[in-house]
Design a protein around this ligand. Structure first.
Ligand code: TRP
Length: 341
C-alpha cells in the first residue's frame, strides 16, 4: 500500500463507533495510527460497527456515529492514500471468519474476560451472546488480514491475548503457521492509559454515565475548562516525594501528552516538594488541552459534513480490505476441509 515504507509487517486496528471519541481513545490508540502509516507498508484501520451492536442498537444514531468516527480518524491524520480505511460491516468475510473462529473459542475463557464481566454488571444490560463472543469478533477483525501489529490502548490487551489464543489453536489444529501472533503496539511508553477525571483511578471510558469524567475530542473550549476545573483531586501532598493519588495522576497523565515537557517537569517538581497549587495546574492543563484539541475538533466537524468524501474513502478502502480478507477466508476454508468438490 505505502510503497515507501520499510516495515513489511501488517497493522490492523479499529474503533467502536459508540458515542464520542475521548482523549483516552485518541492518545491510547489513534495517535499511534498516524506514524505507523509511514513506517509500515500495509495498515488497515476500520470502524467496528458490528461491535457497537453488542451494547447499542439505536438504528437512527448508528449512521451518525459511524460518520463521526470516520471523520475523527481522518481529522486525526489518517491518510486514505497510505492506509486502508474501511467499515467492518463492508466485509462479508468478517462474519464468516467469526463463525469459524467461534469453534476455537471456549465458553469458560470468554466468560472470564474482564470486559465481559464488567459489561454484564451494568444494570439493564442484556447478556446477549454477541457480548460474550465480542473477543472472537475482534480476533476475526485482526487475523482476517494476518496482522502482526495492533495499535490499541491498555484496556484491549486481554482481547489481544485471546486473539493469540484462538489463532494459535487454529494453527495447532491445522498443523500450520497460517496465522501470525498479533502483538500490541504503541510508540509511547507501554500503551498509554488515560484515567477518568473522577479520581477513581479507572480508565477514561465511553460507557461512563457521567460525561464530566471524560474529555471528548468534540468538547468545546468552555466544556474542557469546566471538566478540568471539576476534576477530582485531593488536599495536596503533605510529604515530600509522595506517590501520585489517582486524581492527580489523571491530570498529569493528560498533561504528559499535551503540555510542553518543561511545564510538566515543573509541576511534577512542585508536587514532589509539596508546593503545588492544583488550581494553577488545572488552569495550565485546560489551556494546553484547548490548544491541542481545537484544530482537531474543527477538522472533525468539517469532515463529518462532507458525506460524499467519507463514502468515497470507505468504498475505496473496502475494496482493498475485501481482497485481503477473501484470501484469508479461502485459506481457512481449505484448511478446515470446507471444500468438497
Ligand atoms: N474492542 C476495541 C475497542 O473497544 C475495538 C476493536 C474492535 C478493535 N475490533 C478491533 C481494536 C480490532 C483493534 C483491533 O476499542
Amino acid at each position: 500500500m505505502n510503497q515507501d515504507a520499510t516495515n513489511k509487517e501488517i497493522v490492523v486496528s479499529g474503533i467502536r463507533p459508540t458515542g464520542k471519541v475521548h482523549l483516552g481513545n485518541y492518545l491510547g490508540a489513534i495517535k499511534n495510527f498516524i506514524p505507523m502509516q509511514d513506517e509500515f507498508d500495509t495498515c488497515y484501520y476500520f470502524i467496528a460497527d458490528y461491535h457497537s451492536l453488542t451494547t447499542h442498537n439505536d438504528a437512527n444514531e448508528l449512521p451518525v456515529h459511524v460518520k463521526r468516527s470516520l471523520a475523527t480518524y481522518l481529522a486525526c491524520g489518517l491518510n486514505p492514500d497510505k492506509a486502508i480505511v474501511y467499515l467492518q460491516s463492508d466485509l462479508p468475510q468478517i462474519p464468516e471468519l467469526y463463525l469459524l473462529l467461534n469453534m476455537f473459542a471456549h465458553k469458560g475463557e470468554l466468560e472470564k474476560c474482564t470486559t465481559f464481566k464488567e459489561k454484564i454488571r451494568t444494570p439493564g444490560q442484556t447478556v446477549n451472546a454477541g457480548l460474550l463472543t465480542y473477543p472472537v469478533l475482534m480476533a476475526a477483525d485482526i487475523i482476517i488480514h494476518k496482522a502482526n501489529k495492533v495499535p490499541v490502548g491498555k484496556d484491549q490487551q486481554q482481547h489481544l491475548e485471546m486473539t493469540r489464543t484462538f489463532a494459535n489453536r487454529f494453527n495447532h489444529l491445522t498443523e500450520t503457521t497460517f496465522f501470525p501472533e498479533p502483538q500490541g503496539f504503541s510508540y509511547g511508553e507501554s500503551l498509554m492509559k488515560i484515567l477518568s477525571l473522577d479520581g477513581s483511578g479507572a480508565k477514561m471510558s465511553k460507557s461512563d454515565a457521567n460525561e464530566n469524567n471524560s474529555i471528548f475530542l468534540l468538547d468545546d473550549d468552555k466544556t474542557i475548562t469546566k471538566k478540568i476545573k471539576r476534576a477530582k483531586t485531593d488536599t495536596g501532598p503533605t510529604e515530600k516525594n509522595s506517590p501520585l493519588t489517582p486524581g492527580i495522576e489523571a491530570l498529569f497523565g493528560i498533561m504528559d501528552c499535551v503540555s510542553a515537557p518543561e511545564i510538566v517537569a515543573d509541576y511534577k517538581k512542585q508536587y514532589a516538594d509539596c508546593t503545588i497549587k492544583y488550581g494553577y495546574l488545572k488552569l495550565q492543563l485546560a489551556e494546553d488541552l484547548i490548544n491541542y484539541l481545537g484544530p482537531i475538533r474543527e477538522k472533525i466537524i468539517q469532515l463529518e459534513n462532507d458525506t460524499d468524501y467519507l463514502a468515497e474513502v470507505v468504498e475505496k478502502g473496502g475494496e482493498k480490505a475485501r481482497e485481503s480478507a477473501q484470501k484469508t477466508v479461502d485459506g481457512v476454508r481449505k484448511l478446515l476441509g470446507i471444500q468438497y468438490f
